[in-house]
Design a protein around this ligand. Sequence first.
Ligand SMILES: *Cc1c(COP(=O)(O)O)cnc(C)c1O
Length: 362
Amino acid sequence: MSYQGTYIEINLKNLKSNIDFLKKHLNPNTKIMCVVKAFAYGADPITISNFFQKSNIDYLAVAYTSEGVELRSSGIELPILVLHPQFDDFDLIDKYNLEPNIYSFRILKNFLSKSYKVPFHLKFNTGLNRLGFKINDVEKLYQFLGENSNIKYLFSHLGASDDLNEKSHTIDQIELFELISKKMNTMFSKVFKKHLLNTSGILNYSDYQYDMVRTGIGVYGYGNDSVYKEKFKPVLSLKSVISQIHEVKKGDSVGYNRGFIAEKKHKIAIIPIGHADGISRNLGQGKISFYINNQKAKTVGNICMDMLMLDVSGIKCEEGDLVIIMDEYNQTAEDIGDVAGTISYEILTALSSRIKRIIIDA
Ligand SMILES: *Cc1c(COP(=O)(O)O)cnc(C)c1O
């Protein structure tokens, strides 16, 4: 078989299996919000969101309003939380029936000035020091909102739920969130629903699942901890093809800036994927290998924008052969992240939307 270009396989069976694994940590009535920001962690937001909608997932979350608009325009009907709306987004949020995160008085004032009716989620900063109100803002929030506001959930975000050496910091965050919730309930004379846990929060602090959890990386098959390597199944595989093979002799160079100079004869394979597709230029110069016919071939020279070169000296292969860059069997996004000095999240979300996505549904 001759393969056509670079492609990403999205394995829906693995997606389902990851949801089922996460559910083992949850009470049957805890709602699940799946995070589909950043092109669904590289996987393709429309396909993935449609799948979640069919799989009885309760909620979706995106980072930016434009991501939510795209989902609505593709017919997604689940409630969608916009985690990081900008000051002027509320006309779109209202029009597309999205639910904003309200995280500052600047945003709140603009939201209230036009009397939008959409429900919203109120975010509190409990120690991550990114977005959110502080506990001391509760009185002022009451002055702005009064008892009849459309607050649907209170929420916060943990900064180190994946790091058990930072357990006391996480417990501090949880305790502060509980305190804030109590203060909000007293101030507004009602019991607000709330959500706090991300994937590692679900795995390590499931007692605090409250009414809903927010999972991203877990559903895509990564658990931030080797303990979970067996349990989660990477959803996304990245594969390519050998476009051309040629031989270089001693003294010849390969690629830009003569990044590799041969000291003997080498067989070089050209692969149609580059740093514009999400393969960091730092992975050139032999730092990583990809898999061809179950053999490992190292990068050669500098990775270009749209292609890279592999040393296939001594490797049985021909033009048109499959190249496996990442999958659940050979090397995962986490493995590549280890080599690149980053995390699975960055490897996945760096994958360009120009790469063709293929759905595997069996
Ligand atoms: C991205 C994000 C998540 C998802 O985190 P994972 O570690 O991928 O599960 C949850 N909550 C917020 C606020 C986020 O920004």
